[in-house]
Design a protein around this ligand. Structure first.
Ligand code: GP9
Ligand code: MN
Length: 722
């Protein structure tokens, strides 16, 4: 009875269409759950996941419904089905190798960072993959046995159009659900995993295709002459090095510590009489540190990734979205790791306890010339070790040492912390600081996570000293962007001795200060630097300290120590600040009083107009450079363009160990210098998580083998866009 009913329905065109939609939905969901690690949590995310294949499947398959003639109609539908199934299968295979989804450039072989699918990729096929194509065989059998028959009656165009309309409506509905679950999902595109989780694999591919087409159009039209105005600007803007600072850190290791969401006001701040970050304060106040009190974050929507981009390329992030996510896979960079490697033989590594796909890092880092990227997959990421965005900071530093000690010196190593990230939640086992009491939980707990981060950095410094790395290193510490949003600053105001009732836009701007400290063991000439600057200025400053001229590169920042340093700090929304004035939404504020200047003198108005035009030009030129990918036309003297295919972050422990072996006695890694022994016993941490999994004394390589697992980090339910 049922069978004959089923037979009858499948033998109508619409019934067959529904069957394919259903089967495709089924296998997509199976793949989501079995193969992809999308980090789905909570009923909402599961619900969105369940419906996300529907819109595009109906949309694509529905195209065949417009065809009237029987054979072409069935054939088209079936071919679309096969093509879509193939896309799914290829993504599964690709994901196994790269933990990422195939972009249009990968599919068509234009990707610069990965080979895409090669014949060897198919060795990654697993028996379970049969679910992706077994139905195709069953359908063919269905027709062969005449269980399914061709329906000779075409679908009325009206009906086909209704189905297309439904699909489009559902697509908008799905995108809305995605935006609710993860605000700014499409504009900021944090991670391809998120796009697939909320929008489905086909919508992701469609979205990526549209974006790629748009990018390619801009790029195809670009020529090297587009560089002229940019070069004119950067050449004129270049600030020559301060001779008393040039080369003072030459040959040292560079350790960059990225303090997540850390604002300058925390420095030397006391909450209920207690220092929140006593260790960072001691570094800030030390004579061995060049500490900046007027250093601003300049990020846009790309937050952390924008900070990284500015620091390492001295070009701005984009006006919308994250440069790393939207352009970083294909752009040509002339970034810190490549320059340092080529001009001074530095090795390089990033240590970050989140998934490599977040902010598209695993692709972008290759273009930056990073030799190693130790992401979450290199660490023990059991639930107890994690905060919302990855490995807890104390563990990140501690667990990185087994890799750090094997890097050839000098190295350029960046540590990206995560514990001090909105919404500032931390296990009770890790909290040793009393929260504030402003009534806003995230503001209150900000001090707790900042304190934890401070302790983590201290433990790491202690290790650096004990292991001997310290004396031969320059340690750069910076906060990437604000931690408390403008709206929440009103809650913070009273703790800063201000009142929320008189809080202004300018106060919000002033809160964009973040720490920037250059700690140079051995020097006594440091101290607080009051010149104005921002993240864009870091790379030329760093290069000059290392004795490398930055003149030949296209960089928008200027050396903070130079007498010609440009003290106009541009923000992504075209607000800006200078030592005397700040301009917020077109209004001028006097920095000394904090008050708005409603009637500026003619000369002040002219000055501000000029600065404002410069800010606008600078941001526009940086955008042109990146959107058009113009660095591909510009090869500075002695610079070898980075070939991202030289890098593969699958087994970086194996690689750095191999290099040590090959170099033998010439190896300059700490491990080699320590008589081929680990220095991990120099690391003292009070992290309770290490009590059970502490591998201090254990054989390091076995520890590495056991910790090289895949991470189980789920997406934070909160928005990173706070
Ligand atoms: C994620 C971390 C946070 O890996 O760097 O990024 P954010 O949300 O601050 O941009
Ligand atoms: Mn950040």
């Amino acid at each position: 009875m049922y069978l004959s009913k089923l037979k009858k329905s499948l033998s109508s065109r619409f019934g067959f269409f529904l069957l394919l939609v259903f089967l495709f939905w089924l296998k997509t969901i199976a793949v989501y759950l079995i193969d992809f690690q999308l980090g789905v949590t909570g009923i909402y995310q599961y619900a969105v996941l369940l419906i996300n294949p529907i819109a595009t499947t109906v949309l694509f398959f529905g195209c065949a419904l417009y065809i009237k003639r029987t054979t072409p109609a069935y054939l088209t539908l079936f071919l679309i089905y096969i093509a879509n199934s193939a896309l799914l299968l290829f993504n599964v295979i690709y994901y196994r190798e790269f933990t990422d989804f195939m972009t249009i450039n990968v599919i068509f072989g234009y990707s610069s960072v990965s080979e895409g699918l090669t014949t060897s990729s198919f060795a990654l096929l697993k028996p379970q993959d049969i679910i992706i194509f077994i139905d195709i065989i069953l359908i063919i059998l269905g027709f062969a046995t005449r269980f399914i028959k061709f329906d000779r009656h075409p679908i009325p165009t009206k009906h086909a159009a209704a189905i297309t309309s439904f699909a489009l409506f559902f697509l908008v509905f799905n995108i809305t659900l995605g935006e609710i679950g993860r605000p700014q999902l499409l504009t900021r595109a944090f991670d391809r995993n998120y796009l697939v989780k909320y929008l489905g694999i086909d919508t992701f591919t469609l979205y990526d295709g549209l974006k790629t087409a748009k990018n390619n159009q801009v790029r195809n039209e670009a020529t090297s002459s587009d560089l002229n105005s940019i070069l004119k600007f950067t050449k004129k803007h270049y600030a020559k090095a301060n001779s008393s600072m040039f080369g003072i850190a030459k040959g040292r290791n560079v350790i960059v510590i990225h303090l997540e969401s850390f604002e300058q006001f925390l420095i030397n701040f006391r909450l209920n009489g207690k220092e929140v970050t006593p260790f960072l304060n001691s570094i800030y106040n030390s004579k061995s540190t060049y500490s900046f009190s007027n250093f601003f974050n300049q990020v846009g929507q790309g937050k952390t990734s924008d900070a990284e981009n500015m620091l390492e390329t001295s070009t701005y992030g984009l006006s919308q979205g994250s440069l790393f996510s939207s352009l970083g896979t294909d752009n040509t960079f002339e970034g810190a790791p490549a320059i340092l490697n080529q001009r001074a033989g530095y090795s390089s590594a990033v240590f970050h306890g989140n998934k490599g796909s977040f902010w598209n890092r695993s692709n972008v880092y290759k273009n930056l010339g990073y030799q190693n990227f130790f992401d979450a997959s290199y660490f023990n990421t059991n639930a107890n070790n994690l905060t919302e965005y990855g490995l807890k900071d104390k563990l990140l530093f501690h667990d990185s040492v087994k890799y750090l000690e094997r890097l050839q010196q000098p190295f350029y190593a960046k540590f990206i912390t995560v514990s001090n990230h909105f919404p500032y939640e931390l296990d009770s086992q890790n909290t040793s600081f009393k929260a504030a009491d402003t009534g806003d939980t995230s503001v209150d707990n900000y001090f707790v996570t900042a304190h934890y981060l401070d302790q983590a950095v201290k433990e790491f410094f202690d290790y650096l000293k004990k292991s001997g790395l310290y004396d031969n290193s320059m340690i750069i510490i910076y906060g990437d962007h604000y931690g408390i949003s403008n709206s929440r600053n009103l809650k913070l105001a009273s703790l800063l001795g201000k009142s929320s009732s008189t809080w202004t836009d300018n106060d919000n701007l002033q809160m964009q200060r973040v720490p920037f400290m250059i700690h140079l063991p051995g020097t006594q000439n440091g101290g607080v630097q009051t010149q104005y600057g921002g993240e864009i200025d870091v790379l030329p400053t760093l290069l000059h300290l290392l004795g490398i001229s930055s003149k030949r590169y296209i960089q928008f920042g200027t050396d903070l120590f130079s007498s010609e340093h440009d003290q106009v700090v541009a923000f992504r929304n075209e607000n800006f600040t200078t030592p005397k004035y700040s301009v917020v939404n077109g209004n001028i504020y006097d920095n000394s009083t904090g008050l708005q200047i409603t009637h500026p003198s003619a000369s002040l108005a002219a000055k501000i107009k000029k600065e404002s035009a410069k800010v606008n030009t600078e941001l526009t030129l940086s955008d042109t450079l990146n959107n058009k990918n113009l660095l591909r036309f510009y090869v500075p003297k002695g610079f070898t363009p980075v070939n991202p295919k030289n890098y593969n972050y699958k087994d970086d422990f194996g690689e750095i160990s191999k290099i040590q072996k090959i170099l033998g006695k010439k190896s300059t890694s700490l491990w080699s210098k320590n008589g081929n022994k680990t220095t991990i016993s120099d690391y003292v941490s009070d992290a309770p998580e290490l009590k059970t999994t502490d591998d201090n004394a254990k054989n390091v390589s076995s520890a590495v083998a056991s910790t090289k697992n895949s991470s189980s980090i789920s997406e934070s339910s909160s928005s990173s866009g706070d």
